[in-house]
Ligand binder design. Structure first.
Ligand SMILES: [Zn+2]
Length: 260
């Protein structure tokens, strides 16, 4: 790889996604992937059923984001599940809303990051429709116990190198099994921790996907929310890296296509 590749991925179809798209990403011309839980959008799944404290996006907002050149819309289950049936229901609803053919192949962000490459392989019967890729959470390739320990420590001691070490195996240089690993950004994480991992991706010319849930524009201490202020710091760093020719910022589908 010539340079690092960074992808921003937002889960569930939370209402604030639209404001993130309009006020933070679009002014900086930064692409992103939005993973939609269709039952959440059409109200057949209550936010309480998957422990979500934010209201959903509207179909109009999702369509507007889809039609903009920098957005990928991907699957995240209909009822926030990892079963073949649930993913297929989500895909059908999304295709209808976006006005695309019923057999459109979308990317898929695994709800809860619970899907494995093996489970994905056994799902090849998924109607006529496959999945472009499957995004899950972190991975650990080596020094497992030390990295799990560093992960715990990084929640208390925010010194960026500890965090960078704990999550370093999330970086990718190839993707033989359609599985895209990602760093799950949670409330306790500082912008410096995340930027430190981005800097490691730049140094190693590797691919890094960052996963977010709610982006909070006012104070919010929910575990699944991250402040807009911190996201803006990360985005400003990405703009500097992109403009300096050090990294490409891509959708998850584009990132996958380059490392597959
Ligand atoms: Zn989710």
């Amino acid at each position: 790889m010539e340079r690092a590749m960074i992808s921003l991925s937002f889960d569930d179809g939370r209402r604030d996604n639209y404001r993130v798209f309009r006020d933070i990403l679009s002014p900086r011309d930064l692409p992103a992937t939005f993973n939609i839980t269709s039952g959440f959008i059409d109200g057949t799944l209550s936010p309480d059923e998957f422990n979500c404290k934010t209201p959903p996006l509207t179909v109009d907002e999702i369509t507007e984001m889809y039609l903009s050149p920098n957005c990928e819309i991907a699957l995240h289950g209909d009822r926030h599940k990892n079963t073949e049936e649930d993913i297929e229901t989500g895909a059908k609803k999304l295709a209808k809303w976006l006005g695309v053919p019923d057999d459109t192949v979308f990317g898929f962000a695994s709800p809860g990051g619970e899907m494995t490459a093996e489970a994905l392989d056994s799902m090849e019967n998924y109607g006529r429709r496959g999945l472009l890729y499957m995004r899950c959470d972190m991975r650990i390739l080596r020094q497992r116990r030390l990295k799990l320990f560093a992960r715990k420590v990084s929640r208390i001691i925010k010194f960026p190198p500890i965090y960078r070490y704990a999550f370093s195996d999330t970086l990718m240089t190839d993707c033989p099994d359609r599985t895209v690993y990602s760093d799950l950004v949670l409330n306790g994480n500082t912008a410096s921790q995340i930027i430190s991992l981005i800097n490691l991706a730049v140094k190693k010319k590797a691919a890094l996907t960052l996963t977010f849930h709610t982006i909070a524009f006012t104070d919010d201490d929910d575990k699944w929310s991250w402040s807009a202020e911190k996201l803006e710091k990360v985005c400003d760093r990405l703009v500097a890296l992109r403009d300096g020719g050090k990294a490409d910022v891509l959708t998850s589908a584009e990132l996958y296509e380059r490392i597959r």
